[in-house]
Design a protein around this ligand. Structure first.
Ligand code: FES
Length: 119
């Protein structure tokens, strides 16, 4: 019996995300909420771009998801701060909640996520 085929979406080449930086991506077709990727420490992590506080996108301008030091994800609406390693909110109005993590992998240098990732 053949395994299930999972449709994937290529976001960008991994080298198109700055080291200790971030990049946003639009919602997939038919969806409203996009994604963003954080690169650092040899890893790329992808999250749904929706704050657990009110569901708003996090960035004030394109690709600005991190604080000045590049250490924390920040929601521009009300200042919630999230860990880059798992999206857990450590301060702000959604303390203890977390960003939705997307299962991402780098395939031949391309950041790839499930096609339906987003909301
Ligand atoms: S919507 Fe993100 S902190 Fe309020």
């Amino acid at each position: 019996m053949a395994g299930a085929v999972t449709a994937c979406r290529a976001l960008c080449r991994v080298d198109e995300i700055p080291e200790r930086g971030a990049r946003g991506f639009p919602a997939p077709p038919g969806r409203l909420i996009g994604l963003f990727a954080i690169k650092g420490g040899g890893m790329v992590r992808v999250f749904v771009n929706s704050c657990p506080h009110l569901g708003l996108p996090l960035e004030p301008v394109p690709d600005r998801f991190l604080d000045r030091k590049g250490e924390m994800i920040v929601c521009s609406a009300h200042g919630a701060r999230f860990r880059v390693e798992d999206g857990l909110c450590v301060s702000g109005p959604c303390l203890g909640e977390a960003l939705e993590v997307v299962a991402a992998e780098v395939v031949d240098g391309v950041v790839t996520v499930p096609a339906a990732a987003g909301a």
